[in-house]
Each structure stands twice: as C-alpha cells, then as structure tokens.
Design a protein around this ligand. Structure first.
Ligand code: TYD
Length: 132
C-alpha cells in the first residue's frame, strides 16, 4: 500500500515551512532520516523491497519518479513538491529514477537501518509476497 500525504504548508510573507510530526501528520514513529542527493544522470536507485519498514519520501528539492509494485499491481508517482509525501508500507518493490540534477529526496523511516530487512532480488521478493 502506498499513498500521497499532502503536508500542510505554513506560509507567511517570509516564505514556507512544513512540519512533520510522528503519528500526527504521518502514520508512524520516526527512527531514521536520510536523504539522497547528487544523483547521477540516468541512475535508478531503490530496486528493493523492505520486509518490515514504513517510509515517507519527499522530494524537498527538485523531482524524481518512484515506481511501486506489490507483486500484483504496479504504480508510479512523480514527486516534485516539498509538500507531497509518498507513504510506502512494507513489502513494496520500489525504484526511484528520473532524478533532476537538483533533487534532494528526503526519507523518513520507522526503523533503524538493517540490511536483513531488505529483499534486493526481485524473484525473491515475488516468492516472499506470494507466501505471506
Ligand atoms: P540503499 O538502501 O541500497 O540505497 P537506495 O535504495 O536508496 O538506492 O543504500 C545504499 C548504501 O547505503 C548501502 O550500502 C546501505 C547504506 N545505507 C546505510 O548505511 N544506512 C541507511 O539508512 C541507508 C538507507 C543505506
């Protein structure tokens, strides 16, 4: 399951500000934050699923496209606004591509980094979703 969460912009004459609060405007507790930037032209990132991780992706600058696949249905979302958060539940194969040169992709996650939570092989992912 994935969905776009519209993040409210608190704007005034000085400009804009967005606040993200765990379990308030996003549906999980935040354990980790990382950001992807300086992505080289033509690169595809992601290409994995997480067994048990919730994430929110925000293109805080620039844009990129995210494709999502639950083993049966596929979708695709373009992120090009700091006020659009893409919430991604566990067990979705994701790929990020078409990064603009200036893209900064901010990711909030509900768990610390753990390589054992990754499925990095697509056939392994399909086997896993069909057995759960
Ligand atoms: P990876 O998850 O493969 O990046 P992406 O899916 O965004 O392309 O991570 C790239 C490298 O960074 C890999 O060696 C693992 C490391 N890494 C961490 O050490 N901590 C983290 O929180 C993340 C997301 C990755």
């Amino acid at each position: 399951m994935y969905k776009i969460i519209d993040l409210q912009i608190k704007g005034d004459y000085r400009g804009s500000l967005i606040a993200i609060e765990e379990n308030v405007n996003i549906p999980f507790s935040i354990k980790r934050i990382y950001y992807i930037f300086d992505t080289k032209h033509g690169v595809t990132r992601g290409q994995h699923a997480h067994i048990n991780l919730k994430q929110l992706l925000i293109a805080v600058n620039g844009s990129c496209t995210v494709s999502l696949d639950d083993g049966k249905n596929k979708g695709c979302v373009k992120l090009n606004s700091p006020s659009s958060g893409l919430f991604i539940e566990k067990m979705l194969w994701r790929e990020m591509y078409d990064f603009s040169n200036d893209c900064v992709l901010l990711v909030l996650a509900n768990k610390e980094y753990s390589e054992s939570d990754y499925l990095r092989n697509y056939s392994e992912f399909l086997k896993y979703v069909n057995n759960v």
